[in-house]
Write a protein that binds this ligand. Sequence first.
Ligand code: HEM
Length: 158
Amino acid sequence: MELFTLARVLHVLAVILWIGGVAMVTTVIIPSVKRLKSKEEQLETFERIEGRFALQAKITTLITGLSGFYMLWYLDAWDRYLQLSFWWIHAMTLIWIVFTLILYVFEPWLLHRIFREQVMRDPGKAFSVIHKLHWILLTLSLITTAGVVAGCHGWYWF
Ligand code: HEM
C-alpha cells in the first residue's frame, strides 16, 4: 500500500510540473516571444526556454508514465480500458502517448527543423500555429486532470 501511495504522490507531482509548465509556455512565454521584434530574437529566445523545459518535460512524463502504469498494475485495473465510465484512464494514456512521442521522437527528429524553417519563412504564422497546438494540448490535459480527480473520488461523468 505504501508504494502505491508513493506512486500516486510522484504521479501527481510530475503531472503538476509537466502540465503546469505547458500552461506557462502557452499563456506567458509564447505570447511574450511573439512580441519580440526580430525573428532571430524570437527563435533564439523561444528555443532557449523551450529547450530547458523539454528536458524537464522528458523527465516528468517518464515519472508520470512509470508511476501510472505501476498503479494500474497494482490495482489490477487493466479492464478499465474496456469501460467507457473510465474514459479518463484512456485520456491519461492518450495525452501521455502524444507528449511522449512529441518529446522523444518528433521534436528532436523532425519538428525542431521544420519549426526553424517556418519561423525564417513566416514567423507570425509559425508562432500562431505552435501557440494553437499548445492551447489544444493544454485544454485536453486540463479536461483529463479534472476527469481523473473527479473519477478517482467517485464522480463519474458517464
Ligand atoms: C501512461 C499514462 C498514465 C497512466 C497509465 C495513468 C494511470 C493512473 C492511475 C492508475 C491512477 C490512479 C487511479 C485510481 O486511484 O483509481 C492515476 C491517477 C492520477 N492521474 Fe494518471 N496516468 C497517466 C497519465 C496521466 C496524465 C497525462 C495526467 C494529467 C494530464 C494524469 C493525472 C492524474 C491525476 C491528477 C491522478 C490523481 C487523481 C487523484 O488522486 O485524485 N495521469 N493515474
